[in-house]
Design a binder for this molecule. Structure first.
Ligand SMILES: Nc1ncnc2c1ncn2[C@@H]1O[C@H](COP(=O)(O)OP(=O)(O)O)[C@@H](O)[C@H]1O
Ligand SMILES: [Mg+2]
Length: 481
């Protein structure tokens, strides 16, 4: 399973500015997503799952700040790429589906238009190639402008500190350094501007030439066919006429994805995601679809861009149980057929039992345990994972749900020690004082709990979980026999 690393998240730290203060939503989250695997991120509501995934997608709310960390995708840090380029990645490589399909669909636009829209936008071949030709110089100029802006802010703060006497002896030095850096950036801007203008002009010429050559090439082919056409009749004549039509259609496609082409593709993908009678369905509106079918449409829209990473944020939470398992099955099939790497987010461990290769358990903005599905289900080590397991609905045994006692901490004031300490019957003194590091349990398995410290007293997981694990093990043995 352990393919190449598709996405590497390291020490991701995100907070939100609110009127009450800073909400520390994500606090140093790290994980890898391997090629072709399903990584489940599991945790109670409010643990930071959606904020993490929205940040990967570049759609963090306006009051959110990335305080620290990296998101490496194909060698690039997504926290640092500029908006234009991020759009390319987001639209084409990383797709996302949300809990409520209605909120990602436009209620007053026909389904067909919604499925083809992105393809038509992304399919402006010549225009996109034109933009790519001066992408680098544009990025450079944007970066310089950003640097100029942040240096100005820094300088202002330095000056204020000097004025109010808050500044240390280094204040003047800092100010000078800031001034020098600002002067450098300012000096570099005119040349960068000029380069952009030159590159844009060159790009325009190159693309115009490309288009002209293609037109010429096709015109030549068409005239050859026309010559044959003149000497023929009947079926042969019709074949030549068809050939000319194809040549002309292809010429249009050279420039951009045509509406017809996008519609053909939309029908294929709607078939792929199990929407019956797609041709008729194209002309309907979202309200004419059931919840499950709407979620299939949202999945189809995500697939039109041929992503290789798919993030599913509680995609089945709003659906009833039978529909839920159909959608899970669909995601599994798509993953296999398209070799997708999937991040599957849920508050319910039970949902991912049959689909996750690996599981990261999140609590209060941190990953508290990570391992293979076997590690987490059969050898859980963090008391929070124990609690999640015991609160998992068990359909076979009619066990009553054991709700996790207490509530998660208020992330305006994250606790000093282990955030789960308050709710943890195994908590020791140190749990209230210091945050536990990640302890390595095996090559695949890690957990952040002081219980794993060599000096900690031995703590056994609760009896009900042991029973449950034994039953799950017996069940899985039965299934594999
Ligand atoms: N735009 C926002 N402004 C302030 N706080 C936010 C915002 N978005 C999310 N949060 C807070 O961040 C924390 C994590 O939220 P979220 O990632 O949505 O949790 P979940 O694990 O349920 O998906 C929560 O405490 C939530 O209230
Ligand atoms: Mg969420």
């Amino acid at each position: 399973m352990a393919g190449n690393i598709k996405l590497h998240v390291e020490d991701l730290t995100i907070s939100f500015k609110t009127t009450q203060g800073l909400v520390r939503a994500v606090r140093g989250v790290s994980f890898d997503l391997h090629e072709g695997e399903t990584l489940a991120i599991v945790g109670e509501s409010g643990s930071g799952k959606s904020v993490t995934s929205r940040t990967i997608m570049g759609i963090l709310a306006g009051n959110g700040i990335i305080d620290d960390g990296k998101i490496i995708y194909e060698g690039e840090d997504l926290t640092k790429v500029d908006e234009d380029h991020f759009h390319e990645i987001r639209g084409n490589k990383i797709g996302m589906i949300f809990q409520d399909p209605m909120s990602s669909l436009n209620p007053i636009m026909k389904i067909g238009k919604q499925v083809t829209e992105g393809m038509i936008l992304n399919g402006k071949h010549l225009e996109n190639r034109y933009k790519a030709l001066f992408h680098e110089s544009k990025t450079t100029l944007n970066r310089l402008h950003r640097e100029k802006k942040s240096l100005k802010v820094e300088l202002k703060e330095n000056l204020k500190a000097i004025k109010t006497g808050d500044s240390s002896a280094d204040g003047m030095v800092l100010k000078e350094e800031c001034n020098a850096a600002l002067a450098n950036v300012k000096a570099a801007i005119p040349a960068a501007k000029k380069k952009l203008v030159v590159d844009k002009k060159a790009a325009k010429i190159a693309i115009a030439l490309e288009w002209k050559n293609e037109q010429k090439r096709v015109a030549k082919l068409v005239s050859d066919v026309k010559a044959n056409l003149a000497d023929s009749d009947g079926e042969a004549k019709q074949a030549y006429i068809d050939e000319i039509n194809v040549l002309q259609e292809n010429l249009k496609r050279f420039k951009k994805v045509t509406k017809r082409q996008a519609t053909e593709r939309a029908i294929e993908i709607m078939n792929e995601v199990g929407i019956p009678d797609p041709v008729r369905r194209l002309n309907q509106y979202p309200f004419q679809f059931s919840g499950g079918m709407r979620q299939r449409i949202v999945i189809a829209i995500a697939l039109t861009a041929s992503p290789d990473v798919l993030i599913c944020d509680e995609p089945t939470t709003a659906l009833d149980v039978t529909i839920q398992s159909q959608i899970l099955e669909l995601i599994n099939d798509l993953k296999r057929e398209r070799n997708l790497s999937v991040i599957f987010i849920t508050h319910d461990l039970g949902v991912v039992a049959n689909m996750a290769d690996r599981i990261a358990v999140m609590y209060a903005g941190k990953v508290v345990e990570v391992g293979t599905a076997e590690d987490i289900f059969y050898n859980p080590r963090h008391p929070y994972t124990w609690a999640l397991l015991s609160s998992m609905p068990d359909l076979d045994s009619k066990d009553r749900l054991v709700a996790i006692p207490g509530t998660p901490p208020n992330m305006l004031f994250p606790p000093k020690g282990d955030a789960f300490a308050d709710r943890n019957q195994y908590a020791m003194k140190i749990d209230f004082e210091r945050q536990p590091p990640m302890f390595k349990i095996s090559e695949t398995h890690r957990a952040a709990t002081w219980l794993l410290h060599p000096d900690a007293p031995k703590a056994e997981m609760p009896e009900v979980i042991k029973v449950r694990i034994d039953r799950m093990l017996a069940q899985s043995e039965e299934e594999t026999v």
